[in-house]
Write a protein that binds this ligand. Structure first.
Ligand code: ADE
Length: 264
C-alpha cells in the first residue's frame, strides 16, 4: 500500500514516521510513504504556494496550480490513485470504518490543507474530504498522520498481533474494557486521603481467577459499562451479541434504579 502525502511542511510528516510502529512497517516494506513538498511543484522563483482570497478577507488560500501539478506528477508515477483525500475541518468525520475501507485500496494521496483554506477547484480532483474531529488545527499534517496510522493498522503485518486489530472493541462500536498487568497490588501514600496511610490499588479478582468464561463475561460487562457511561452514542451502532444485549439491559436497569434513588 502506498501513501503520497502532499504538504508544505515535509518534516512534520517525515520525522514522526522515522520511529514507532509505522516506522518499522515502512522499513519492512509493508507500507510505502512518499512525502511530496508542495513547493517543488511551484514554477516561480519564490516557490509561492498561497495567495490572497478573491473577494477579500483575512488569511491566505493554497493555490490550485501547484496542487494540480503535484497530483499530475503522482499520477504519472503510479497511475490514477485509488483515493485522493483532502484534510479539512469541512470534511466528513473520519471513523474506524473509513480506516478499514481505505486499508483495502492500493494507492492513497493525502493533500494536507493549510492556512484559511484551499482553492475550491482542488476539490474537483479530490475523492473525499476528511476531518479528524470538530476542532480546528493549524494544518492538515497531523490529520494526515492520524489517517495514515489508523489505516496502516489494518495492513497485514503492520501490527504484530493481528487479533488485536480485528477484535479491537472499537471496530465493534464499543470502548475497550479495562486492562491490568503485574504487579497485582500497588501501595501508594499519594493516593490516600488519610495522612500517614497508604492506599492499595488492586486488580479485579476475576482476572486472577483463571476462569476464562468469567473473564470473558466481566470484560464484556466492563466494555459495555464504559461505553454506556462515556459514549452512549456508540451503542446505537454497536454490534452486540445476545449476551451483551442482556448485560446492557441489566446495566441500564441498574442505572435507572440508581437515578431514582438519588431523586427520591
Ligand atoms: N485541518 C485543520 N483542522 C482539521 C481537522 N480537524 N481535521 C482535518 N483537517 C484539519
Amino acid at each position: 500500500m502506498t501513501f503520497d502525502i502532499v504538504t508544505i511542511f515535509p518534516a512534520m510528516i517525515e520525522q514522526p514516521l522515522a520511529a514507532g510502529v509505522l516506522g518499522r512497517a515502512i522499513e519492512r516494506g509493508l507500507l510505502t510513504v512518499k512525502v511530496r513538498d508542495l513547493r517543488d511543484f511551484t514554477t516561480d522563483r519564490h516557490r509561492v504556494v498561497d495567495d490572497v482570497p478573491y473577494g477579500g478577507g483575512p488569511g491566505m488560500v493554497l493555490k490550485p496550480d501547484p496542487i494540480f501539478r503535484a497530483l499530475d506528477a503522482i499520477e504519472a508515477e503510479r497511475g490514477r490513485p485509488s483515493a485522493v483525500i483532502l484534510t479539512s475541518p469541512q470534511g466528513a468525520r473520519f471513523t474506524q470504518a473509513d480506516a478499514k475501507r481505505l486499508s483495502r485500496v492500493e494507492t492513497i494521496v493525502v493533500l494536507c490543507g493549510r492556512y484559511e483554506g484551499v482553492d475550491e477547484r482542488v476539490r474537483e480532483r479530490v475523492t473525499e474530504e476528511v476531518s479528524i474531529g470538530d476542532y480546528v488545527l493549524t494544518g492538515g499534517e497531523l490529520p494526515a498522520l492520524v489517517i495514515l496510522d489508523a489505516v496502516a493498522r489494518y495492513v497485514p503485518g503492520v501490527v504484530g498481533d493481528e487479533d488485536s486489530v480485528t477484535h479491537d472493541s472499537f471496530s465493534r462500536g464499543l470502548l475497550d474494557f479495562p486492562q491490568f498487568t503485574r504487579p497485582p497490588v500497588i501501595r501508594s501514600a499519594r493516593l490516600s486521603a488519610e495522612p500517614d496511610s497508604e492506599r492499595e490499588l488492586t486488580v479485579p479478582d476475576v482476572l486472577l481467577s483463571g476462569n476464562h468464561a468469567e473473564i470473558r463475561r466481566w470484560r464484556k460487562r466492563e466494555a459495555l459499562r464504559r461505553t454506556l457511561e462515556r459514549r452512549p452514542d456508540l451503542l446505537a451502532g454497536a454490534k452486540l451479541d445476545e449476551e451483551e444485549v442482556e448485560i446492557l439491559r441489566a446495566l441500564q436497569d441498574d442505572r435507572m434504579a440508581g437515578t431514582q434513588k438519588v431523586g427520591e
